[in-house]
Design a protein around this ligand. Sequence first.
Ligand SMILES: [Ca+2]
Length: 332
Amino acid sequence: MANHPIKIILDTDPGGDDSFAFLWLQSLAKQGFAEIVAVTAVDGNVHAKDTFVGSCKLLQLGGFSDIEVGRGVIGGSNSEDVEDAGAIHGADGMGNLSHTLPEAQQSYEAARFSDEILIEKLQSTPGEITIVAIGPLTNLAAAEQKSPGVLNLAKEIVIMGGAFLHYGNITPEAEFNIAYDPEAAKLVFDTCKHLVVMPLDVTHQLIFTPEMAAQISAVNPASPIAQFVTALCQFMVGTAMAYRETGGQAGFLVHDAATLAYLFYPETLRFRHAQVEIETQGIWTRGKTLLDRRHGVQSSANAWVALEVDARNLLAVMIEDLKLLIQNGIER
Ligand SMILES: [Ca+2]
């Protein structure tokens, strides 16, 4: 057991890759390395109600159903020209497998909004909470707008988002999480001084394969987590291949998992310290993330941006932790 588990709020829009990150985090929490303070669902891959229900179900699957889930703020500046990602992740965000999971025990209508939870937790324990943001940054921006300065009360904010040298995935230049709400992203990047960013540059290398799912489920094929991992992988591989995301390899990209790799296995990543800007005006480049690649003295920097990854070892440790989650029999 670790002496000081990292206190985490997971801001998420499940999402196939969110689901894998979600299970990985629950394994790390079960091992004593992480403490899940709250989950703040966000409108993104699918509608806020679906990401709320998906989050509740994933917590129940992993045995953490007592953790509060927030409902995502709607009404950011979500681009009319960026649709949700139901075509990739399934209409429910989870490979149309949501009905196979236990019923959500928390009510969407009765839930607190995600920005309220962020504000309350950050203010009550300043400097202690790490926000892992693996969806659009709408909730974080809403919290900052309501309570200026609140995001800088986080110990760290780790974001999956952006594309720097790599091309985009929702438009030729932009990555989904940023492009879905560029104004929110701009507010977060303009406000925060110590962001950690996992862009497509590294996440496009994280190809999770059916063989990996088989390795995990072999630990206990009858367990609900094993069955979910296998079925979700199968669904995600189908859409990833259709969208040609993996260079023809049978697999899908577990983008969101990179955030946890940074926190728990940082040796798998290399970073550049940089000032990151968000393009909100461009006709063709709205939602693009930029950093100055010229060799000048850096006058300012707001982020550590991961640009290299040891994908093989990152995926290997993730697989081992997911095996432990099943082995430990913490499912309910
Ligand atoms: Ca996500």
